[in-house]
Design a protein around this ligand. Sequence first.
Ligand SMILES: *Cc1c(COP(=O)(O)O)cnc(C)c1O
Length: 600
Amino acid sequence: MVNYGIKYWANDDFIIEEGKVKVNHQSKPALIDIVKKVREEVDKLFSSFEDSIKEYHYKGKFKAVFPLKVNHYPNFVLPLMEIAKNRCYGLEAGSKSELIVAMAYTNENAPITVNGFKDKEMISLGFIAAKMKRNITLTIEGLNELETIIEVAQSMGKPYPNIGLRIRLHSTGVGIWAKSGGIHSKFGLTATEQLQAVSMLKKNKLLDKFTMIHFHIGSQISDISPLKKALREAGNIYAELRKMGAKNLSSVNIGGGLAVEYTQFENYQNRNYTLAEFSEDVVFMLKEIAKNKKELEPDIFIESGRYISANHAVLIAPVLELFSQEYDETSLHLKEKNPPLVEELVDLYHTINEQKAIEYLHDSLDHMESLLTLFDLGYIDLQDRSNTEVLVYLIIKKVIQVLRHKNHHEIITIQEQVQERYLLNCSFFQSLPDYWGLKQNFPVMPIDKLHKRATRSASLWDITCDSDGEIAFDKNTPLFLHDIDVKNEEYFLGFFLVGAYQEVLGMRHNLFTHPTELSIVFDKKGDWVIENLLEAQSVLDVLDDLDYDTKEIERRLKQLLEDSREISEESKKEVLGQLYVMLSENGYLRTVFKSEGEKA
Ligand SMILES: *Cc1c(COP(=O)(O)O)cnc(C)c1O
């Protein structure tokens, strides 16, 4: 994995220079100095489709919406709408709360689409949006929703929102998020229901508001062929519905699903197409169908979420501890007379050299097994056991040291047995929930010290008390990190491409909430500034969100303190002060450096 596979997943958004990961934009700031990256994917998406439209002399337009469920944080959505100002780019909503955000923040004339299940209240909200001159399309998921729309239209009157139909395709998607397509999918109208819908619209004089058909075959489409199949099916449905009199039907909304390349390894790529291929296929396919059926070339609507937002966010987590680093020669307390196997370990430790390194490593692991058995049987004591632990760790370190110039492939087998565990000040449940739930990997690498060779095979632990909070070492997709002295130097890992679905899906396991967030904004000269600093929630706020009575908690703690006889009267005030500070700070851990004193 040369340079942590940056050429596969970074999409030219990040580069390595001077041993640092840098944002490949304008002044190229290094991540070690800053934290977030904005923009650019929108430009890439629009220009790719615009190029394909030009290439094929396609008559329809390209339009897009960002699906709010992928990332609804204001620090993302508001700047996105700013970027979208001179484009036909709006928001997609799937719930009442999302619809309110879309109504408030979509730019004038930019589209709003509403998918998902809707009740009468939500449909009425869509009508209110139309009366506010919002360019809104309500996509119906079933005929009962259409009945409600007809009802609301009668009571609320014109102007009406546009109406879209979600169609149920027989083609299915691929990958872990494929459930959105197929004949048994949760969403969409069957062919029979589509015919019924058209006749209901006709009968209620709403057919002229029917402007869009929609499908979504699932997120992270790894293979382009199911999308092509779906497009062929949807294109034909579009043409057929127009022939039935839906003369204002002018848009085919192909949903989301444009994939992000997450891999750091050549042999594990997640996507078999480029953006250019994707846009060409879509434009070409719809052009062909329109030509064959002698219908208008439709506007192409896309609802890409993951592709637009994944790369804007990087999770940066400080390393708090290296598990084996606790052990150095001073932890060794050998006795006058040690068990023979412990003596052997001492001998191995002192005589390791390059030729014998792997042999000695295996010997020492064997000895450890035997010594642990001897302990279980009562033949050696706890001090002997501790000496065993320390010696084996020292041997591992020395082996890795003498073999450090070998390439990773050669040392992987030994490293698999002797990984270092890096404890990170973050929660995978909160910040990488798709890793926990779906085993989706995210690119991870240190954000500086990259001019030095990383020699330790690493597994990563978060600070939750849950054994699932671990990213284990995998010899097929190995991660190597630097051997650092955490007491004296800072070391940060960056998790990349975490801007889609992660913090928004994150769960407060152990009551860790979102980490401190900030945005990096580039000005016209290319310099960058930090904006929108949002601290992680304080302990009191977290408890308040869970509906604890925080005043009551404060009262109880104060009372317990007053009643305590273990704390002197003079120092009670100080302890109370400490308690209040802790309650007002966030729940993540603080690191202490020998040299610099306290740091957050
Ligand atoms: C989730 C969703 C999207 C976004 O999909 P991505 O894979 O993130 O691009 C788009 N449209 C609909 C209807 C969705 O449910």
